[in-house]
Design a protein around this ligand. Sequence first.
Ligand code: HEC
Length: 97
Amino acid sequence: MSIKVIKGRHYMLPAILYDLLMNWVWADSADLERGRLLYENHCLICHDSQVHIRNNQKVHTLGGVSREVIRWSEELKLTWRASEINDVTQYLYRTFY
Ligand code: HEC
């Protein structure tokens, strides 16, 4: 039993470290208002924000949200800069995750 718990923690560690690191690197510089506007302009065409709070969310970490934002911005050919991806990621993560 206790071994299982330890294994589980080990598995989670990289994701948690990544999140801590990204929070530290990004959080200060993010412009959440710009993130919200970008998201509302480009992303709400398809899904309302329900997609981020449904029970079977695909992503749970800041890194996961970031990957989705990159995936969708590429899909939509938005050519967002890193700072814009960061703003939208931080906005979504803080608002819904
Ligand atoms: C063409 C329609 C469409 C557009 C436009 C779109 N999305 Fe999505 N999005 C979806 C669908 C459908 C899903 C759920 C299925 C999937 O993940 O493929 C989804 C899922 C997501 C998720 C994962 C939600 C979760 O927690 O499971 C994120 C994050 C996301 N979208 C972000 C964005 C962002 C940011 C934009 C704008 C750059 C965007 N989407 C634009 C259709 C769209």
